[in-house]
Design a protein around this ligand. Sequence first.
Ligand SMILES: N[C@@H](CCC(=O)N[C@@H](CS)C(=O)NCC(=O)O)C(=O)O
Length: 206
Amino acid sequence: MLKIWGRATSSNVQKVLWCCAELGIEYERVDLGGPFRGNRDPEYLAMNPNGRVPTIKDNGLILWESNTICRYLAATRHGERLYPADPAARANVERWMDWQLATSGPPMSALLGMLIRARPEQRDQAAIEAARLQALAAWTIVEDELEDRPYLAGPELTLAEIALGTMVYRWHAFPIERPPLKNLKAWYERMRERAGFKTHIEIPIT
Ligand SMILES: N[C@@H](CCC(=O)N[C@@H](CS)C(=O)NCC(=O)O)C(=O)O
């Protein structure tokens, strides 16, 4: 059976868990990282030298990097619906996954650190505002893209949403000013209809 190492509160673990829910994949999950620690233990570092979560083991293959894991699961579990075989359609999905890592992820991680994890007296309001504006610029790109379609890569939900789902949930949950972005909100509401999103993404942010 597929084995997943990583705490369920990690955004990167959540992508993999939602992907498993969409594809009906059974797995065994081990809590690791954050308050559970264990991610700097030599046995774990031997599997994942980054000391980060998630890591998976499947049929002897050890894999890390959440977006890569989602692509692997879709490719090995009849997940064409989430990850199309056609090269152009596939590249379109992958483009948003890369964009999540490179563009929307960093300011959203900064907001998580400063708004949720830092003690109030440690919060740097200028840095919070800079990250908010950077995240807003990224979400405005999504807002514009969604003008003519329900999901980023077309008419159906794909791995593009699975990579970005936790981030858009957090954007709507963080105690920050949010100008109305109607397409983004409708897209988020569409994701909220999925059982796997409710179970794995919409949980308390820590
Ligand atoms: N690019 C990696 C990033 C992994 C990552 O940064 N994971 C965080 C949790 S979201 C982590 O392991 N933090 C240390 C911890 O949880 O103890 C991925 O997408 O899998």
